[in-house]
Write a protein that binds this ligand. Structure first.
Ligand code: MN
Ligand code: MN
Length: 324
């Protein structure tokens, strides 16, 4: 049993709809807290949608994900992993942002995640729009580029929007490759689909060596086969996981800014994340849940459930590193 200070409030002690809503009912540990240095996996919200090019609202994602995540129990249904007894998990609150200044927000987020890296805390992050992955990668991959398994309907590798804006939720991974934070040859994008701006949309990423697995290939080959390939591309080296909720079909996750039909169902998504077990994972995010487009809360529940799947494979990786 890990530290009692880091256990979620048991759902059979006080009902899960009661009390303050933290991620998965974990204790809130601020960076100023003396317990901060004992955290292994820090769950952080980034309430930021300043990178959104069309339908906004993901700034409200962390609060709704916290609310729905109180329904999460403790033990994975298939692996029987209890991440909360394996490693110390905590809700670190929200990263600081400035909702009317994109560039300042990116600096504030990088600063926050640099502090996590300095304390050897593995981040699991709830967005926010997909631009938030860029300042996270800039912090955790400051010394050397990492690999990435990226679930999304979109590559998010565009160059710029609206006549030169370089930092949007459609550009984070191009900026991360240019900055040397992401190794394009160890980057896999899974579930890509949707109407393009132009037939050349994927050219830049392909030229860098990124592996783009479009949705047709996912369903033709089967997800086990696709995930086996993704695992072999990233290998045993440090790998980040980025999960855009819009990789899931809008029938299951309509509450997002850029829905694309013809996507994964929620079971597919669970199976794919479970196939990440055993990789050298150094962080993950779940982005693009937009509560204003999610009046039922159903999309946030999908997001919170995927966050638990991500937490279990992260806890597995952190535990393996702690034992090594
Ligand atoms: Mn995205
Ligand atoms: Mn997307």
């Amino acid at each position: 049993m890990k530290d009692a200070d880091f256990q979620p409030i048991p759902g059979l002690k006080t009902p899960r709809f009661a009390d303050l809503a933290t991620f998965m009912r974990l204790p809130h540990v601020a960076q100023s807290d003396e317990k901060f240095s004992k955290v292994d996996i820090g769950i952080t919200g980034i309430p930021f949608d300043g990178g959104t090019s069309n339908r906004p609202g993901t700034r409200h994602g962390p609060r709704q994900l916290r609310d729905l995540s109180t329904m999460i129990r403790t033990t994975h249904p298939k692996s029987n992993i209890n991440p909360f007894t394996l490693v110390n998990c905590a809700d670190l609150g929200d990263a600081p942002i400035n909702p009317i200044d994109v560039m300042q927000s990116l600096d504030l987020i990088t600063e926050f995640f640099t502090e996590l890296k300095n304390q050897n805390i593995t981040p699991l992050t709830a967005g926010g729009d997909h631009l938030i992955s860029f300042p996270i990668l800039r912090a955790i991959a400051a010394d050397k580029p990492v690999g990435m398994i990226h679930f999304d309907a979109h590559t998010d590798m565009n160059d710029s929007y609206f006549g030169g804006s370089k930092f949007t939720h459609g550009t984070p991974f191009r900026r991360a490759i240019e900055g040397g934070f992401l190794d394009p040859k160890r980057t896999v994008q899974i579930g890509i689909r949707g109407i393009k701006y132009d037939a050349t949309d994927f050219d830049w990423a392909l030229e860098q060596g990124v592996r783009i697995i479009e949705i047709e290939e996912c369903f033709e080959r089967g997800l086990n086969d696709v995930m086996d390939e993704a695992r072999s591309i990233v290998g045993n080296h440090e790998t980040y996981v980025s999960f855009d909720i819009d990789c899931i079909d809008p029938a299951f996750a309509p509450g997002t800014g850029t829905p694309e039909i013809g996507g994964f169902n929620t079971f597919d998504a669970q199976q794919m994340v479970r196939k990440l077990a055993g990789l050298n994972l150094i962080g993950a995010d779940l982005v693009e849940v937009s509560p204003p487009f999610d009046p039922s809360g159903g999309t946030a529940w999908v997001g919170a459930s995927i966050m638990f799947e991500l937490l279990c494979v992260l806890a597995h990786a952190v535990n393996a590193r702690n034992d090594a």
